[in-house]
Design a protein around this ligand. Structure first.
Ligand SMILES: C[S@@+](CC[C@H](N)C(=O)[O-])C[C@H]1O[C@@H](n2cnc3c(N)ncnc32)[C@H](O)[C@@H]1O
Length: 260
């Protein structure tokens, strides 16, 4: 029988775990179409948050972010146009009811074009085709709201896949790159993680046959775009060059920033 491996920190830019959820706990709803793998959120919260921090998910879906955050002793706030449970508030992510600079960390997994029908609400961003300028315009507004509610020098992670629809004249839309462009107008890019997908469709032989015969590729990875809010502030994020109290010879390893 398949046994989930113990959850541990990912240390490269290629993230993989063989199950949607880690551990014995319940995180979101595994039957919710489009649920985020909980082990991704666990890894992000370990790195970018501390106990009692406020974690916000403006498109909370089945509540995976909220469950992982609370399990780790963080506070959590979730919004969505189509709440699936009472602790998620019905809100359009383009107009969040939170004061400026309240969140210590924001995670968001938005719709990637029209692949999933999330609700009948006409404001659902999942009703906008990725190839249509309206999709990016809507996501631009969501990113601006995230910027507004996030505290300075804190982090945001956005999980997204490129969009591919064989039936369309322009089947491929590089959503990962496009949303990176939207975010980097506001935030400082920290890293781009490639997350291996374990989508059920990828296990179906006929999908692979169609990809081979039709000369296209199935989506094998999602992007995890990690960004930091850094506005002009008198408080520096790290000691100015030459003022560090760490002597170069005392570093644990010989890596420099450029070598990664
Ligand atoms: C990929 S799902 C999120 C999955 C979630 N992270 C989870 O683990 O269950 C995207 C969500 O965005 C929501 N959504 C779409 N447009 C929205 C909007 N304008 N404001 C808030 N939520 C929106 C959908 O209702 C859907 O729940």
């Amino acid at each position: 029988m398949f046994k989930k491996p113990e959850i541990k920190l990912q240390t490269t830019t290629l993230w993989e775990y063989p199950s949607q959820h880690y551990g014995p706990g319940v995180h979101g709803d595994k039957n919710y179409v489009g649920a985020t793998p909980s082990w991704i959120i666990w890894n992000l919260l370990q790195r970018y948050t501390r106990p009692n921090d406020l974690v916000v998910d403006p498109m909370a879906g089945s509540g995976t972010t909220l469950d992982v955050a609370r399990e780790l002793g963080r506070r959590a706030l979730g919004y969505d146009l189509q709440p699936t449970r009472p602790d998620i508030f019905r809100v359009d992510a383009r107009k969040l009811p939170l004061e400026n600079e309240k969140a210590d960390f924001v995670f968001v997994d938005p719709p990637y074009s029209t692949h999933v029908d999330y609700s009948d609400d006409p404001r659902c961003i999942g009703k906008l085709d990725a190839a249509d300028a309206d999709y990016l315009a809507a996501m631009d507004l969501v990113c601006r709201e995230i910027f507004r509610i996030l505290k300075n020098r804190r982090y945001l992670a956005l999980y997204v896949s490129d969009s591919f629809k064989k039936s369309q004249a322009a089947p491929f839309v590089p959503l990962g790159f496009q949303l990176f462009g939207v975010l980097s107008k506001l935030f400082k890019p920290v890293d781009i993680i490639c997350v291996v997908r374990h989508n059920a469709k990828l296990k179906r032989g006929h999908w692979h046959k169609a990809a081979e015969e039709g000369n296209f590729f199935l989506r094998g990875f999602n992007y995890l775009l990690i960004m930091k809010k850094e506005t002009d502030s008198p408080a520096p994020t790290r000691p100015p060059a030459g003022k560090s109290d760490k002597k170069p010879g005392k570093q644990k390893n010989n890596f420099t920033r450029g070598e990664f």
